[in-house]
Design a protein. Structure first.
Lengths: 93, 547
C-alpha cells in the first residue's frame, strides 16, 4: 500500500486550525487516507476526533497511507499540508 | 429573590436589568428506557448529532476570527464518524440514543485528557456537544446563552470560552456566575469588555428568570430591585461612568500624595494614551505555542516596539513566567503532580539558564534603543538568595533596575531581606492569595478563600509596604486586586507606591484616590487589617469610604 512518512510542520501540533485543515483536505480526497503515529494502528485522517486523538506534536513523524485509484495524489496532497506550519499562516497567529 | 446575594466583585461598574440564566446542562433520567429498535435508535442519535453540527456551524457563521474557527471545529467534531461509530456501538449494546452519546463522549474525553495540554482542553468541546445533543433528544432547553430579546444580566454556573466568544456586549449588561474566582475566564473577559461582573455568587442560579436585579461589580452585591427603577439605576451608572472617564491625570490622593496608576499589558495593543506607565508586562505570549525559544533578535524587536510606544514612561518587565503549570515544549520540563508548587517562574532557570539570559539580553538591547525607563522583575521568587542571583544577572546584562515579584508568602514575610538585594518588589496578589490560603486559583468552589480582602493576605501586603518604607524603595501591586477601588485606598494607606491594573479599572481607582486624603487611606488600611474576615473588611472599608 502506498504510504509516506511526514514530519508535522505545524509547531503547535495537530490540533486547532492545523488539525481542521488536515481533516478537510483528507475528506476532499477520492480515497480514504489513514494516518498513524508510532506503532499505533492507523486511523481515518478525515475524522477530526481520530486526528486529535493522535496527540501529534510539531516535529513528530506521522505515517499516512491510502489504497486505490488516486492514492498517490491523495498522499501528495496530505503530505504537503502536513509539512507546512499551518498555524503560522493565520492572520492572527 | 427575597434578599441581596453577595459574591466576589471582579469587574467594576453598576447596572440593573432582568436576570436570565444560562440553561444548565441536561441530566439523564435515572431510569434507562429499553431500546426495542436499534436501527431507529441509531438514526435518532445521528440526527441529534447532525442537528448539533448544524447549530454550531450557524453560530460559526455569525462570528469571525478565532471564535469562528473554534466553533466550526466543534461542528466538525459533532459530525465526526469516529464519534458516530462509537455511538452506534453503544446503541448496539442496548443503550438508548442519549445514553449512547453520553458513553461515547466520556470514552473519547478520556483519550483527550490522557494527551494533556491543548488536546485535553478539547474535552470541553465534547461535553458541549453531548449536552446539546442530549437536550435535543430529551426535549429540554438547549444549554447556552439565553436570548430574551432585551438587555439582560447573564447568570451562569461558569462561562466556557465558546460562550464568551459569542457574548454580545450590546445585549449583556453584566455577568454573575456561581463558580469562578478573580482570575477565571469570566473575570478576565468581563474586564476586557468593561462589563460589571460578580463571580462565586453561590445562590445566583436559584433566582427566577426575568427577576429585575441590580449588580455592583465592585462590591459583589446582587440584589432585587423594583423593575420601575431599572432605567434610573442604569442612567445613574452611565452618568457615573462618564464622570469617572472625564477625570484625568496621574493617580493621586486628595491631598496630593502620588500613587502612580500603571497598566498590566501583554503587548502594545493593551496600552492607553493617558497611562502613567506599565507596571506588569507579561512576556509569555512570545513563547506560547513554540517548539523552540524565540531568538534574542526576535524578542528584542517586540520589546523595542512596546518600549518605544511608551516614550519616557516606566515599564516593569516580568521575565518569562512559565513552568509546569503553563508548559512550554522547548523547556522540556517533566510533568509534575503539583505544578503550581513546582518548577515555574524563576525556578525554570535552575533547569535551563539560557532562556533567562537570552531574555535579559533582548530586554537590555531594547532598553538601550529606546527612552523608556525599563525595570525588570522575576516571578516566583521565594528567597533573598534567589532574588540576589536574579538581580546580579539583570545588572550583568546592563539593566540598572532589578526587582522581585512577591507571590510566595515566604518572600512577603522576608520582604525586608529581599529589599536588601533588589531595587523594588511588586506584589502579585492572585498568586499570593493562592499560596497564602492554600487554595487553587482555578478552583471556583474556593472563591471565598481567594478573596484578596482576606486579612492574612492584606497583612503580608502590609509587611512588604512597611519594609519598602523603611528603606525608601518601591513596593507596587500588580495583581487584579489593585483594580478594586476600595482595596486601592487600603493599599495606598499601607504605603504601597504604585498600582498596576487592566486599563478598564483605572478610571474608578483614579476617582477613589482623588476623593480621599492619605490620612483617610491610612485609616481605611487600619480598618481592613483589623477586620476578622474578608467580607467584614470589605464592608467596613466600603462604609468608611466616600462614594
Amino acid at each position: 500500500m502506498p504510504s509516506r512518512e511526514v514530519v508535522v510542520g505545524s509547531r503547535i501540533g495537530l490540533h486547532g486550525r492545523p488539525a481542521a485543515i488536515v481533516v478537510r483536505t483528507a475528506a476532499a480526497q477520492p480515497v480514504t487516507v489513514r494516518i498513524s503515529t508510532g506503532d499505533r494502528p492507523p486511523v481515518d485522517a478525515s475524522s477530526i476526533i481520530a486526528v486529535l486523538s493522535l496527540g501529534a506534536k510539531g516535529g513528530d513523524t506521522v505515517t499516512i497511507e491510502a489504497e486505490g485509484d488516486g492514492a498517490d495524489e491523495a498522499l501528495d496532497a496530505l503530505a504537503e499540508i502536513l509539512g507546512r506550519d499551518l498555524d503560522a499562516e493565520t492572520a492572527d497567529a | 429573590m427575597p434578599e441581596a446575594l453577595t459574591g466576589l466583585g471582579v469587574s467594576p461598574g453598576r447596572t440593573a436589568g432582568p436576570l436570565y440564566r444560562m440553561a444548565a446542562p441536561p441530566t439523564l433520567p435515572d431510569r434507562v428506557p429499553t431500546v426495542t429498535d436499534r436501527e431507529a435508535e441509531i438514526a435518532l442519535a445521528t440526527k441529534a448529532l447532525s442537528y448539533v453540527a448544524t447549530v454550531l456551524d450557524e453560530r460559526a457563521s455569525q462570528v469571525d476570527g478565532t471564535a469562528a474557527e473554534v466553533l466550526s471545529t466543534e461542528a466538525m467534531m459533532a459530525a465526526d464518524k469516529t464519534l458516530a461509530d462509537a455511538v452506534a456501538a453503544a446503541v448496539g449494546e442496548g443503550r438508548p440514543a442519549a445514553w449512547a452519546i453520553t458513553d461515547a463522549v466520556a470514552a473519547q474525553q478520556e483519550t483527550f485528557a490522557s494527551l494533556g495540554g491543548y488536546f485535553a482542553e478539547r474535552a470541553a468541546d465534547l461535553a458541549d456537544i453531548r449536552d446539546r445533543a442530549v437536550a435535543h433528544l430529551l426535549d429540554e432547553p438547549m444549554p447556552g446563552l439565553p436570548a430574551p430579546g432585551e438587555p439582560y444580566v447573564l447568570a451562569a454556573d461558569d462561562l466556557s470560552p465558546a460562550d464568551t466568544a459569542l457574548l454580545d456586549p450590546a445585549s449583556v449588561l453584566a455577568i454573575v456566575t456561581r463558580r469562578g474566582g478573580p482570575t477565571s475566564h469570566t473575570a478576565i473577559l468581563a474586564r476586557a469588555r468593561g462589563l460589571p461582573a460578580v463571580v462565586g455568587c453561590a445562590d445566583i442560579l436559584s433566582v427566577t428568570d426575568g427577576t429585575a436585579v441590580s449588580v455592583d461589580g465592585t462590591t459583589g452585591q446582587v440584589g432585587p430591585v423594583d423593575p420601575a427603577e431599572v432605567e434610573a439605576i442604569r442612567a445613574e451608572a452611565a452618568k457615573e461612568k462618564e464622570r469617572l472617564a472625564s477625570l484625568t491625570g496621574p493617580g493621586r490622593t486628595a491631598d496630593g500624595h502620588d500613587v502612580p496608576l500603571l497598566l498590566n499589558v501583554g503587548g502594545v495593543g493593551d496600552l492607553t494614551e493617558d497611562a502613567e506607565g506599565v507596571g506588569l508586562f507579561r512576556t509569555e505570549f512570545l513563547f506560547l505555542d513554540r517548539t523552540s525559544a524565540p531568538g534574542v533578535d526576535e524578542q528584542q524587536r517586540v520589546y523595542t516596539e512596546l518600549f518605544a510606544a511608551l516614550g519616557e514612561r516606566k515599564i516593569v518587565v516580568r521575565t518569562l513566567d512559565a513552568g509546569a503549570d503553563k508548559p512550554l515544549p522547548f523547556l522540556g520540563l517533566a510533568e509534575e503532580d503539583n505544578p503550581a508548587l513546582g518548577v515555574r517562574g524563576l525556578r525554570v532557570a535552575r533547569v535551563d539558564r539560557s532562556v533567562l539570559t537570552d531574555q535579559l539580553t533582548a530586554i537590555a538591547g531594547a532598553a538601550a534603543a529606546t527612552e523608556a525607563e525599563v525595570w525588570v522583575m522575576a516571578p516566583m521568587v521565594a528567597t533573598p538568595a534567589e532574588a540576589a542571583e536574579f538581580a546580579e544577572a539583570v545588572r550583568a546584562a546592563g539593566l540598572p533596575v532589578a526587582g522581585a515579584m512577591v507571590e510566595v508568602p515566604a518572600a512577603a514575610m522576608r520582604a525586608n531581606r529581599l529589599l536588601e538585594v533588589v531595587d523594588f518588589v511588586s506584589i502579585g496578589t492572585n498568586d499570593l492569595s493562592q499560596y497564602t490560603m492554600a487554595a487553587d486559583r482555578m478552583n471556583g468552589d474556593l472563591a471565598d478563600l481567594l478573596d484578596p480582602w482576606q486579612p492574612a493576605v492584606l497583612e503580608l501586603v502590609f509587611n512588604c509596604a512597611d519594609a519598602g518604607r523603611a528603606v525608601g524603595k518601591s513596593v507596587g501591586i500588580c495583581g487584579e486586586a489593585a483594580g478594586d477601588p476600595l482595596l486601592a485606598l487600603v493599599f495606598a494607606g499601607m504605603g504601597i507606591t504604585s498600582l498596576s491594573m487592566s486599563a478598564a479599572s483605572v478610571p474608578a481607582v483614579r476617582a477613589a484616590l482623588a476623593a480621599h486624603t492619605l490620612a483617610e487611606c491610612e485609616r481605611l488600611a487600619a480598618v481592613a487589617l483589623d477586620a476578622p474576615d474578608a467580607a467584614t473588611a470589605r464592608q467596613r472599608v466600603a462604609d468608611g469610604a466616600h462614594t
